[in-house]
Write a protein that binds this ligand. Sequence first.
Ligand SMILES: NC(=O)C1=CN([C@@H]2O[C@H](COP(=O)(O)OP(=O)(O)OC[C@H]3O[C@@H](n4cnc5c(N)ncnc54)[C@H](OP(=O)(O)O)[C@@H]3O)[C@@H](O)[C@H]2O)C=CC1
Ligand SMILES: CC(=O)N[C@@H](CCC(=O)OP(=O)(O)O)C(=O)O
Length: 354
Amino acid sequence: MTSAAASRIKAGIVGGTGYTGVELLRLLSQHPQVELTAITSRKEDGMPVADMYPNLRGRVDLCFQTPEKAALEDCDVVFFATPHGVAMSQAKTLLERGVRIIDLAADFRLQDTQVFERWYKMPHCCPDILAESVYGLVELNRPKIAGAKVVGNPGCYPTTVLLGLAPLLEGGRKLIDTSHIIADCKSGVSGAGRKAEVSTLFSEAGDNFKAYGVAGHRHHPEISEQLNALAGGPVGLTFVPHLVPMIRGMFSTLYARILPDALDTDFQALFEQRYADEPFVDVMPAGALPETRSVRASNQLRIALHRPGNGDQLIILVIQDNLVKGASGQAVQNMNLMFGLPESTGLTHVAILP
Ligand SMILES: NC(=O)C1=CN([C@@H]2O[C@H](COP(=O)(O)OP(=O)(O)OC[C@H]3O[C@@H](n4cnc5c(N)ncnc54)[C@H](OP(=O)(O)O)[C@@H]3O)[C@@H](O)[C@H]2O)C=CC1
Ligand SMILES: CC(=O)N[C@@H](CCC(=O)OP(=O)(O)O)C(=O)O
């Protein structure tokens, strides 16, 4: 092994056949500081990765292995691109071997274990590790992530809602009515994962547009926990997710009422200043109309502000690729921070248009 290879970060992926898993493979196989070391699948044990994903031919020469066979404990970092509950069941063993963990599911997102158990219908098996974990929204938690051993990568909807609202709530600002914010969010079908389900069949999700989870969605408590912390008190949120007939992409439209004393605020300047140094948050010119295809396969999240008739309604449009900034790209951004690399390493892909 060359010294360059020896110094590279050894990365493992649990759940390599799913949509976020293969997106991690795409990103990590192009990352100059990463050596892909182990990739798991319980169902495809022994299959070459490139047989399932021909876009990775010549880039990834590993085979899928069961989690039991894969050398996860020899990795520097393991990504869990698995259903909820898998990462927490393996966290202790890996941490004892000095392996850092980035979970793309929800095991390390909610700090309140009672809320976790209510929404995920399972007990939290390692509250001690949870207490030391960090919520992996880089733009809000950069210093803590840099020192973290376990990161809970945010959900896709929460990433758009939190980054769209943070500048309005941080630092005790009293700019909007925090008792009633609306998040009207739409996701492409890949947000539901690769597993077979009737609701994501082509003939169900194609040429169709529907709301779901209106009575309650597990991302609501995740968003609320973070919003309450940002605002230093309870924030009232109405959150309605929708499924739209596209494969990738997320579009969140956020509505907030501006407080009477804040009507003179230059919101465009506030957002531009807040995100001026953020490599992956683009504040578009005032009144711009973002399109999801402008972030397809890239780690960019774009925000555009609107204030119809210059009245008291602030409308914040936020777009991202749910599989990149909403999942695997954000996970790689977290890894870069945890290993002291420049945050954009391996993440500079530009979206494909049209
Ligand atoms: N899709 C998205 O846009 C986003 C997804 N997420 C979250 O990321 C995680 C992965 O999502 P996604 O890639 O869409 O899911 P998929 O259903 O597409 O893939 C799940 C993967 O996990 C493996 N797996 C399933 N059960 C287990 C288990 N018990 N132990 C080990 N491996 C298992 C599967 O392979 P096999 O069964 O062969 O082992 C498969 O590779 C989920 O928690 C999801 O909520 C987060 C943000 C966005
Ligand atoms: C379109 C679609 O079905 N999306 C998923 C959210 C994907 C995601 O980020 O969810 P996790 O919290 O599970 O990681 C859903 O609403 O369940």
